[in-house]
Structures are given as structure tokens and as C-alpha cells.
Design a protein around this ligand. Structure first.
Ligand code: SAM
Length: 237
């Protein structure tokens, strides 16, 4: 039975990879990666020589077809993203769904359905910026909503209204280009709202800043050198 492994990889610190992930990446016949250069660096660090192919994340149909074809030829395949857990706000998030649908569908393979070996999809859990941020933020995480990346334009302000009115903790990913704008919007809708801004987790400049929306807006405005890197924003209920 061919297996598709969904493998979590580090979000910064390369030591954050599991023993199982290393074994699976080593033993797989083929690794599908979001960006082969990023994955090859990771593999080189751990002296893993498995072949790496690019996942065509902009064309999920094609990407799914390539993975399906590898699985059908009996290859064990590992899927990784650039960082963290594949499918969590990554391009190609729908890939697993498409692969699953294909192997479950009797319409796709009307003649060879019974010859197709069943597929196994296994998770190889690892880090995610979402859980890393919640774990370090000090914000209660028994009940939260995750929004991934917020839309750039349409519906953005309405969403901020909803986020600041939410009865649940809200978590989302943000880029350094938008973090100030985001803080402006949050402090416009709810200046006293308590936030945790988690930056560069597991990396040299890892930092968590907590405070009200207005305080954090001031902080990042006054410290432009900190408006860099990768961010997770946590808005307390
Ligand atoms: N799949 C990844 C995961 O499991 O976390 C997320 C991929 S998403 C394309 C990338 C975004 O995740 C970044 O823009 C940032 O918001 C967040 N992120 C990733 N690594 C991070 C880190 N080390 N520190 C803070 N945020 C991070």
C-alpha cells in the first residue's frame, strides 16, 4: 500500500523536527515540496538524500495529479511545506482533499477501481506557528478561532469589527508589511483590546509583546527594527 505522509517541519529552529519526520523523509521514495530550495536546505542539514519534486501549489489539480501518479506507481510520498504543518495556511492546502477524493471516488477510475491499491494517508505531526504562538502567549487557548491570513482588501475592516467583538480568542497570521495597518485597525475598533504579538518564533529574534492594541501600535511604530520577520497575532476574547 502506497502511503502519503503529511510531514511537519521546523518553523525556524531546525532542531524542531521529530525523529519520525527524519525517518519518513529519509525512507520516502519522493518528497513533494512547496519550494524545493527550502526543503533541500533542510534535507542537506540532516544529510538526507531523498529526491525532491516541486508541488505546483498554484495549480492544485496538477499538483494532485502528480502526487496521485507517484502513489499509483507504488511510491511512498512525503508532502512538506516551507515551514510548519502542511495545509495550515499554506499554498496547496486543498491537495490532501483532492488526493483523498481521487482514491475514494469510483467515478474517477470506473474500470480499474478494484485494481487500485488502497491509499494510506498518515500524519507526521510537527510544529506550527499557530500552536507555538498560543503556547507562549499566556492567552487562554482552550477555545479559539484561527483565521489564517486575513483578506488584504475586501471585507478586511468588517472582519476587524468581528474580531474585536469576538467572545473567543482570535488568532491570525500577519506579514511585516501589514502588521502596522492591522494594529491601526484593531486599535481603531477596540483600543483597549488585549493582544499578544508573537514574532520570529523559535528563531534568534523570537519575541512576544503583550498589551492593548494602542500600546502595541505605539511600540511597533517606535521600534521599526521590530517590524520584521514573521508574525502571529492573538486577540484575547
Ligand atoms: N504552515 C505554517 C504553520 O504550520 O504554521 C504556516 C505557513 S504560512 C504560509 C506562513 C505564516 O505563518 C507567516 O507569514 C507567519 O504569519 C506565520 N509563521 C510562520 N513561521 C513563523 C514563526 N517562526 N514565527 C511567527 N510566525 C510564523
Amino acid at each position: 500500500m502506497a502511503t502519503l505522509y503529511i510531514v511537519g517541519t521546523p518553523i525556524g529552529n531546525l532542531e524542531d523536527i521529530t525523529l519520525r519526520a527524519l525517518r519518513v523523509l529519509k525512507e520516502a521514495d519522493l518528497i513533494f515540496a512547496e519550494d524545493t530550495r527550502v526543503t533541500k536546505k533542510l534535507l542537506a542539514h540532516f544529510e538526507i538524500g531523498t529526491q525532491v519534486a516541486r508541488t505546483h501549489t498554484r495549480d492544485e489539480k496538477r499538483a494532485a495529479a502528480e502526487i496521485i501518479s507517484a502513489l499509483e506507481s507504488g511510491k511512498n510520498v512525503a508532502l512538506v511545506s516551507d515551514a510548519g504543518t502542511p495545509g495550515i495556511s499554506d499554498p496547496g492546502a486543498m491537495l490532501v482533499q483532492k488526493v483523498r477524493e481521487y482514491f475514494q471516488s469510483d467515478k474517477v477510475q470506473p474500470f480499474s477501481r478494484f485494481k487500485v491499491e488502497p491509499l494510506k494517508i498518515e500524519c507526521v505531526p510537527g510544529p506550527s506557528a499557530l500552536t507555538a504562538a498560543l503556547s507562549i502567549s499566556g492567552v487562554p487557548a482552550h477555545d479559539f478561532v484561527f483565521l489564517g491570513f486575513l483578506p488584504h482588501k475586501k471585507g478586511r475592516e468588517t472582519l476587524f469589527k468581528e474580531i474585536t467583538a469576538s467572545k473567543r480568542t482570535v488568532v491570525f497570521y500577519e506579514s511585516p508589511h501589514r502588521i502596522l495597518k492591522t494594529l491601526e485597525s484593531l486599535s481603531k475598533h477596540a483600543p483597549e483590546k488585549q493582544l499578544a504579538i508573537c514574532r520570529e518564533l523559535t528563531k534568534v529574534h523570537e519575541e512576544v509583546k503583550s498589551g492593548s492594541a494602542t500600546e502595541l501600535l505605539e511600540f511597533f511604530k517606535n521600534n521599526p527594527e521590530k517590524v520584521r520577520g514573521e508574525f502571529v497575532v492573538i486577540v484575547s476574547a
